[in-house]
Design a protein around this ligand. Sequence first.
Ligand code: GCO
Length: 462
Amino acid sequence: MLIAMRNFILLLLVLTRSSFASTVKEPLPFLWGVGNAAFQVEGSPQDSDWYRFTHKAGAIKDGTNADVATDFWNRYEEDFKLAREMGANTFRISIAWERIQPAADRWDMAALAKYERILTKMQSYGLLPVVTLQHFVLPGWLADRGGLLAKNFPEIYTQYAMTVMNRLSAAPASVKLWMTFNEPEILVFCGYFWSCWPPKVYLEPVKAVNASANIARAHLMTVTQLRRAAKSKRNLSNVQISVAKHWTPVQPKTNKDGDVKAAQFYDDMFNRQFMDAFLYGKIRFLMPGKDASVTQTIALPDQRPGMDFISINYYQRSIVSKLPVYPHYMSVTGPGTKNDLGWEMYPTGLYTLLKDVARYKLPIMISENGVADKTDQYRPDFLKAHLNALIKAKNEGVPVVGYLHWSLTDNFEWAEGLSPRFGLVEMDYKTLERKPRPSYYMYRDLIKHYSGTMRGLPWGFR
Ligand code: GCO
């Protein structure tokens, strides 16, 4: 009798649960994870603007390149295993556009199938995939046509993005969390203003605003097509999309009017104008300089915001002052202790920005946060302090849904080369051996400690 009753109760539970699940979104767990990007880890590169750049004499500070990197293209399973053993439940990667579309009129289905295998393997380790469609790198043929400024860039990008999402949102890869671009503002500023990355032009504000507008148009066009397609295609119906936005909390150097105004301008130019474009279709890009502005409004379907969640990469704050000469502002790192790249470590900034970004009233994922620290002298405390800041904001009601540390392993740090070490796991680039640092174990313990208390929020797709 007892057994029959127990079975009846169990059956009842299953029935209520499944009918409930079909009407209410189940919360995802809090996302604990790590992230990387194709060019920085995969190795075996194809023709791209960055491949060409890394093979130019003197372009990369330490003279290294990303031809092998961590060989993630072949060794991804080792990294999934390490992430899983650390207790992570999420792993962010990016797709190399130049592999999928090696020429304007050629699509490489074998490369797409390889990503499908990588993502399926990832999930067999209990890791939820977060996938970035463009993380700084453009195919060589597109760079030849002008890169971000190419004629029809938004259409070209959208065709690529939809091809990838159509395939990889379906089983077996079943990716539901996507980012169209990584750090568009860094891409634009480094390419057209500060002259650090390809196409490496210096102080070209008109090109910078046009490139920003093209990225925003590409994002909005992709979101529009995705939402239209989602009405009839099941695999796309519960996809969530965002842009990984680098966000720097901005502070004026002094209370003087000039510094305060310069800081406001910098904050708008670097942080807010991008959010207004991606969320509301309000393309209003301004850079210092005559004629350096673009304005346009793009209507979004169903009046929904153009991002389903907010995704933030946080590294440091910016201290801004007025400059008497062009570009009329100067931004420097803060006064606190610096990491190996000279960036201030400032956990309070994570709290400040979360409180600020809460204004957009969407779930917020910290999609990057980490530190260049070769000897791992700072990383364990860095992790603790940043997670404390995150939890403080979450406890005060900010809808934070995840934290992805940058990065699981050391990797290729763009124009700086292989020297900066961002990994919880140290890379021996000669043997490609992966050796967990003390901070790997610290993150494992922190995940374990917080997992019991950190609840997910009712967002997501299940
Ligand atoms: C960026 C990128 C990463 C970097 C990381 C450390 O912010 O530049 O998203 O590719 O490697 O941020 O600088």
